[in-house]
Write a protein that binds this ligand. Structure first.
Ligand SMILES: O=c1ccn([C@H]2C[C@H](O)[C@@H](CO)O2)c(=O)[nH]1
Ligand SMILES: [Zn+2]
Length: 132
């Protein structure tokens, strides 16, 4: 857990945040023990911003990883950083429901939660099957 949070902290340094100046870092642990980092990447067209969590997960997927064992997220927030709805939905898509999510901040707060707890009642793969 400490190593994953440390990797997220390193990723945070890479954040491209000319608009919000709000740096976020994430690190995903693959089932075979690799750590993939991600930072937030903003855009002058603000809505195109990619959060740190999605950057890390999309990087991992695009490198061929398909099974994940944990993710850590860190920002300079008062309490543990709270992932946005888009990132929660992407975690539901790509990670097991009971996978651990470590939400942290620069002061050392750590909240341990799971993918399922972050997005109860999520729309997911199986919901598409009902269509005739
Ligand atoms: O969990 C979060 C919350 C926010 N952001 C980014 C998006 C944007 O660049 C900035 C301010 O919303 O923080 C993340 O990357 N992850
Ligand atoms: Zn997000």
């Amino acid at each position: 857990m400490k190593e994953l949070i440390e990797a997220a902290k390193q990723a945070r340094e890479m954040a491209y945040v000319p608009y919000s100046k709000f740096r976020v870092g994430a690190a995903v642990l693959t089932k075979d023990g690799e750590i993939i980092r991600g930072c937030n990447v903003e855009n002058a067209s603000y809505g195109l911003t990619n959060c740190a969590e999605r950057t890390a997960l999309f990087k991992a997927i695009s490198e061929g990883y398909r099974e994940f064992a944990g993710i850590a997220v860190i920002a300079d927030t008062e309490g543990p950083v709270s992932p946005c709805g888009a990132c929660r939905q992407v975690m539901v898509e790509l990670c097991p429901p009971d996978m651990k999510v470590f939400l942290s901040n620069l002061k050392g707060a750590i909240q341990e939660t799971t993918v399922a707890d972050l997005l109860p009642g999520a729309f997911q793969k199986g919901d598409l099957d009902a269509q005739g």
